[in-house]
Structures are given as structure tokens and as C-alpha cells.
Design a protein. Structure first.
Length: 329
């Protein structure tokens, strides 16, 4: 057997069981988003975490346990070998109780997977605290890349605090990186007027060979790369946004303060990433389960390119809740 890993297009497809299970979970996820307030959704999340702890023996009986090395072996068989950046989205709680390690060990394992020649990246977004109120949050406090915690889960916060990790300067959509491209990835975020457009880590990831990996999370819940098309195209994007600027302060790694105008785009539509299945080539998105935990792998350039092309044809991932149809021009 060759030691060279295949591209994502040649990796095993998910089973029909995984395909339909993902579809049902996505339907439930978006139904809850439409019907429940953010506070109610937070309550549901806490209840799910509590149930995993309470019924940990049942989960272990059903799915079995795995170590960091087991997970690394799985990822080496699933993730293409030839990449520049590995962007990891995660839900550490969803790996439990099956995962037998700890967050620090898992972060070190992912760094080991990347090696010295490739860069590990993770989101370190700040979405407005418990109330998800970005305006209120950043009106009353600065964004300090050294101290403002990530709101994207335990694994991302452990990575942020790891020695040698760099963090981009953006109040809501900062990205952390460690490796040869970490400086390139994070250095110019604050010079851009957008979250994910030109000059941001998401633009850079689309220019490099970037694998986006999901650990314990489904693709439709976390793919911030899908925003890159709308931010790159700006006014040419078919869906129009109300853009509310607020003045805030950035504090860089050296303690220097910079004034920054944060643009928060809003509209009344719902972003539905499940539409990626229709727009991406059929082999560009892989999903599977590992000891009961959802996993996915996809390509940053494929996502950005296909969504820009679709937008130019008037097609987007946004939909009207009332009509439950795709919204474009």
C-alpha cells in the first residue's frame, strides 16, 4: 500500500446510514433554531452534556472508548497528507465519554499530526457572550488577543493558550494558528474591513491547501468558511445585509491598542449550510462517525470558489424561514 494519502476526492464516502442520520440531525438542528430562543437552545445544550455524563456507561457500551493515538490513526487514514493548513472545528463535549484523553493531549496530538512543516489552525471567535450580543459586548470591552477567551469550545481555548500560538486581530472572528504559515494566516486580519473576506485568515486558507476538519461536530453547524464568498463579493453578493458599524479597541500581542471599526452584518434570513451538498462537487465533502462522534473533512478553496460561482448565478445558502426556500437575487 502506498504511504501517500489520497486527496479528499478519493477518500471513502460516508455510509448511507451516516448520510441519512446527518440529514435528520440537520433537520432537527434548524427546526430548533427556528423555534427556540438562544437561551432555550443553551438550556438544551447543557441538558445534552449532562445526559452524556449521567449515561456515560451506556455511551461507552454502545460506541467503545478511544485514545488520542486511536484518533490520530483514524485521521491519518481520512485526511489528505498534502496540505498546508489544518483548520479544526470541534465540540469536545461530543467526543465524551468515548474519548479517554484530555484537551491538552488532543491539541498536542493534532500538532503532531501536522508536524513541523504544516500549520494547525482553530477558530477563536467571540460571538457576544452568553447573550450572543456582539454590539453590547464590544461596546463595553476591548478585544485583547492575549486575554479575550475563545467562545468556540474548550479545545479552541486550550489551543489559544498554548505557547507559540498566534492569534489574528479581529473582535468576532479571530483565528489561532501554530506552524510555518501561522504569521501569514493571522497578520493582516485587522487590516480588512470584513470578517472572512480579502486579507483575512479565511481568504488565505482558500489560497493555500487547507483541509477543514470537524471533530465531534457536523459541517452544517460550524463552517465559517461559507461566509467568505459574501464578504469577498460585498455588494455583488445576491443577499443584501444591513451593516452596523461600532467603534471598538483591539489589543495586540505586545499590548498595543488600535482603534477598529467592527462591521456586524445582519439580515432576516437563515444560513443553511446543508445546501453545500448541492453546490460542492460530490467528492469535496466527507462525513463519517468515529466511536459515535460526528466527523467531517472538506477543502477551504472548494467551499469559497463554489459559493462565489453560485452567488454570481444568484444562488446562496441563505433561505427564508417562512418559505423554506433558497434565497438569491
Amino acid at each position: 500500500m502506498s504511504s501517500q494519502k489520497p486527496p479528499i476526492s478519493e477518500l471513502p464516502r460516508e455510509t448511507h446510514y451516516d448520510f441519512w442520520r446527518t440529514g435528520l440531525k440537520a433537520h432537527l438542528y434548524f427546526a430548533l433554531r427556528r423555534c427556540l430562543t438562544q437561551s432555550q437552545r443553551n438550556t438544551v445544550k447543557r441538558a445534552l452534556v449532562t445526559s452524556r455524563r449521567r449515561f456515560s456507561r451506556a455511551y461507552l457500551f454502545a460506541y467503545g472508548g478511544f485514545t488520542t493515538q486511536d484518533l490520530l490513526d483514524e485521521l491519518r487514514s481520512r485526511v489528505p497528507e498534502h496540505f498546508d493548513i489544518l483548520m479544526v472545528h470541534s465540540s469536545y463535549d461530543a467526543l465524551l465519554p468515548m474519548y479517554q484523553g484530555n484537551p491538552q493531549e488532543l491539541v498536542q496530538g493534532l500538532l503532531q499530526l501536522c508536524g513541523k512543516d504544516r500549520t494547525l489552525a482553530m477558530p477563536a471567535f467571540v460571538l457576544g457572550g452568553k447573550l450572543y450580543d456582539k454590539k453590547g459586548y464590544f461596546r463595553s470591552r476591548p478585544f485583547d488577543c492575549r486575554r479575550t477567551p475563545s467562545e468556540m469550545g474548550l479545545l479552541t481555548e486550550v489551543f489559544r493558550r498554548t505557547q507559540g500560538v498566534l492569534r489574528s486581530l479581529h473582535p468576532t472572528h479571530s483565528v489561532c494558528g501554530m506552524g510555518p504559515l501561522a504569521h501569514t494566516l493571522t497578520a493582516t486580519h485587522h487590516l480588512s474591513e470584513t470578517r472572512t473576506g480579502c486579507g483575512t485568515p479565511f481568504d488565505i486558507m482558500a489560497q493555500k491547501r487547507t483541509v477543514i476538519l470537524g471533530l465531534g461536530v457536523e459541517y452544517y453547524r460550524c463552517l465559517a468558511q461559507t461566509h467568505s464568498a459574501e464578504d469577498i463579493l460585498g455588494d455583488a453578493f445576491p443577499v443584501k445585509f444591513e451593516r452596523s458599524p461600532i467603534q471598538t479597541t483591539l489589543i495586540d500581542a505586545d499590548g498595543n491598542k488600535l482603534r477598529y471599526e467592527l462591521i456586524i452584518p445582519r439580515n432576516s434570513l437563515q444560513l443553511d449550510n446543508t445546501g453545500l451538498r448541492e453546490l460542492l462537487p460530490s467528492d469535496a465533502l466527507r462525513q463519517w462517525s468515529f466511536h459515535g462522534a460526528p466527523m467531517f473533512a472538506t477543502d477551504a478553496r472548494a467551499i469559497t470558489d463554489c459559493l462565489i460561482e453560485a452567488a454570481k448565478r444568484g444562488i446562496t445558502l441563505y433561505r427564508s424561514d417562512s418559505a423554506n426556500v433558497r434565497v438569491g437575487a
